[in-house]
Each structure stands twice: as C-alpha cells, then as structure tokens.
Ligand binder design. Sequence first.
Ligand SMILES: Nc1ncnc2c1ncn2[C@@H]1O[C@H](COP(=O)(O)OP(=O)(O)O)[C@@H](O)[C@H]1O
Ligand SMILES: [Mg+2]
Length: 510
Amino acid sequence: MKVGIDMGTTGAGTPAALDLEELLATRLLVQGNSGSGKSHLLRRLIEQSANWVQQAILDPEGDFVTLADRYGHVVVEAADQSEGALQRIAARVRQHRVSVVLNLEGLDAEGQMRHAAAFLGGLFDADRDHWYPMLVVVDEAQLFAPAAAGEVSDEARKVSLGAMTNLMCRGRKRGLAGIIATQRLAKLAKNVAAEASNFLMGRTFLDIDMARAADLLGMERRQAEMFRDLERGHFVALGPALSRRPLPIRIGEVETAGRTGSPRLMPLPDTPPEDAHGLIFAPGEAEPPPFQPPPRRPPPPPPPSTAELLAQLAAARPAAATPEVEAESEERAAERDAALDAILREVLADPEAAYRSVAVLYQDFLVRCRIRAVGGRPPDLPAFRRRLAAARAGVEADAAAAPEWDRALAVAADLPEDLHGLYLLLARAALEGAPCPSDAEVARVCGSRSPGRARRLLGYLEQRDVIVLRTERGGGRIIALPGLGRETAPGDPAAPDRDEPGDDDLFAVA
Ligand SMILES: Nc1ncnc2c1ncn2[C@@H]1O[C@H](COP(=O)(O)OP(=O)(O)O)[C@@H](O)[C@H]1O
Ligand SMILES: [Mg+2]
C-alpha cells in the first residue's frame, strides 16, 4: 500500500506528497535558518502521518507537547527521568508501539544530550521482536550531533553523537527512520547529515551552509543560491520520497499550535505603576521553587585500555589459551575451548542462524552448553559476541596466527560490536590475499540478506576511514585496510555467497 503524506502544495499548485514507505527507508533532513518554518514543517509531517506510523519526537524546546491532546502522543518529561529510566521507557515505547514526545526543555545543553542519547539508545537497542517501523523526529539536531566540540564535555558529546549516528546510519534495519531538522547545516556532524537521502531545504543565509547544502544535494553552488530567497514555509524538496528533481513546495496548515511561535504584539495590561513595584518584589502565592539543574553524574570509569581489549578479544580467538581459564591446566582449557567451539559450530550449522539475533543464538548456545555438560562458567554475552564474530568471519588457523591478526582484533575492538564480524571478515580476506568478499557475504556476517545493507555498512566503515573501497577497471572491488596496511584481491561484489552457513569450514580450526 502506498501512503502519500500531504505536505502542502507545489509551485505548480498540485498537492506535495511525501511517500511514507520510501521515507521509512531513506530518511529526511530539513534545513533552514531560524524562523524559516522547520518546526512547522515537522508538525505538518507528524500530524499528517500520525494515523499511519508510530512516532517519537525529540523536542529540545517543548514545542511539540501540544500533539498530545489531539493525536494522543504521550509526553515524556526528560528532566523528571534518569538516563537509565529513559532507556527503559524507550524500550517499552517500542514494545507497546506508543507515539511519544520526549520533552527536553529545562535541561542544560549537556543534560539534553545525555537524556536524548539514553532515549535513542533505548529505541535502538530494543528487542528484535519490537522492531516495528517508527519515525524518529529530531528538531534542532545540531544540538545532539554537533559538528565541532562545544562547551559540553567530550563524553556527553560522544554519547549523543554516537546515538544520532546510530539512528541515521544503522537505524533502518531496526525500523527507525530518522527525520532531522537543523538551522545550520555546517553545525551538524557530516556523517549524520550524509545518511539522509531526502531533503527539504528552507531559507539559508550563510555561504558555508549553502555550500554544505549544495554538496549534500549534488548541486552546483550557484544552483543552491535559490535557497537564499525562500520565504517562510517555502522549501525545496529533493529525494526518492519527495521528488527526483528539486521541487519548490509550500508547507500547508497545521492542526495543533506550537508553543514557541513568533512573538506577537499584545496590548499591555493597565496595571497602575504603584502596584507594579509590589507585584515583582513580593512573593506571590504558590510560586514554584527556582529551577535547579539535576545533579551531574560522576564520570564513568575510564574505558578499558587497548591492551585489555586485546586480551578480551584474544579470549575469543579459536584454539588460543584464554586468560580466564589460566588457573586450569592448559590441557583442560584447550579441551573446554574446543568443546565451546564445537557447540558454536552446531549453533551456526542451522542455515537460518546467520539471520538470527545474537540474543537468540546465545540462548541456543547456553542450552547446548548445559546439555553437553561443559564445565566452568559459560562465556557471558560480550564474550559470546566476540567468539561469534570470529566464527562468522571464518578465521582460518593460519590467518589467526599472523601477527597482523592481533592488530585486526584491536581495530575491530574500536568499532561498534555489530561490526566486529564484518571487519574481521575483511581482515581475513586481506591477510590471506583472498578476493574481496561479495555483498552477499558481507550481508551474511552482519546477519542480513540485503546487499543494499551490506553496501551501506561498507560505506559506514569507509566514512570512518576504517576501510578504503576502490573498483578495478574490470569491475572487481578491492578493499584496503589502512590499519593493517593490507588489501584484498579484487572480488566481484555481486558474486553469490561462497560460504553459505552450515559449511563445515565456517569455523575451521582445531
Ligand atoms: N508554512 C507555514 N504556514 C504558516 N505559518 C508558518 C509556516 N511555517 C512557519 N510558520 C510560522 O512561522 C513561525 C516560525 O516557524 P517555525 O516553524 O517555528 O520556524 P523554525 O523552526 O524554522 O525556527 C511560526 O510562528 C510558524 O507558525
Ligand atoms: Mg524550530
């Protein structure tokens, strides 16, 4: 079913439709200077789609709480909740498919970042069974994904930027469609902006924002000059959910009112000046206590050192002695390790295993460990994930023994956990001088069947300078890994998966 959201009218006077399904897949960036009508635009979009799709709105100014009465959004007052509580609320929001407004008003800049990050993290980490499609609307997104360090702590910036990057770069598989608005494109982190394929560009004064807009839209700078003279409420639309060519549109009316509009002139009350003195110096009845920002949390413990991470990752290395069992005899440790490997191999032998969530595989793994009466404590979930990443990458014993392999594990340790397996797959190919894995193989190690997703994840790694992609004249893809100083042989991106799950060599060690 195709659902067109009515955004207003085009320059030609026809209805301006936004394709909801396409939007869910391709995300949206709205930019325009303050007063250009971004919040109004978001409200129009939210109102028009409220009956079709679940929504969460991150609202730094308390502008959208008025949606509650008419559209039934539940307002979550961020300042009243701890970060942990917000994360749990977000998980329940996904479970019960409730539309919400996260009101971040009343928190300082750092508090807004931390609370937004906790909430987004909860949406992102929701149980796989609850990955229903959902619009995640973030107004003034540059507050949460700033391009440059500001006055807030590096740590707050890191968690907030990380959450926004996850939303825009990796949210799709989880059903999250990011819709972000910013007044200054140059102030928004590049990687966050770059993931949107749909744009609504409003009035833009500054050359630097204009230049960024032109780059994002693949326009000549000269062409982007058209954004300079746009009136309030007028935007230029471009992208698969909107229009194939830049299309001027005028945003239509909204049903609910914003709380922060333009200031309007209002007649002054006729209070005689004598009373005025008394009114402002004498305390009134039932005055609220002065606002006090919530106490800052103590800084978290420092992240583990590279050496510690290496040690942890090495623990996942097949057939290597694991530090946690040093107390046991080497022989027993090796036996246990081999038993765990065998069980993991059984778990992965199911052809569907590649597409199951880690949590489900872990459950299966634990049950089998009990059945086989493997002694000692089973690996915890993080250790299991590392083992799984190495297994899915299909690390051969030779490759695993190479000194560069330690380096590969260290690089992988710096990446988000769900990309460990992908990086190790690429590292393995590079270290063995094997052809570059195809999109199908890349998708499988990431637990997906979608070649498009494979390419996006490779793009994500490339943006972070973890890999460099290039294409040979014959069409073969080569991936270089600067961290290892090695590259793969050319491989056909469209080749079928050579290593279908279930193959015995999936975990060929021991
Ligand atoms: N398309 C529109 N039609 C009518 N009024 C609009 C429209 N767009 C914006 N406005 C009004 O202009 C003012 C500023 O818009 P707003 O959306 O708050 O701008 P921004 O979020 O870009 O700073 C608000 O009072 C809003 O109601
Ligand atoms: Mg606004």
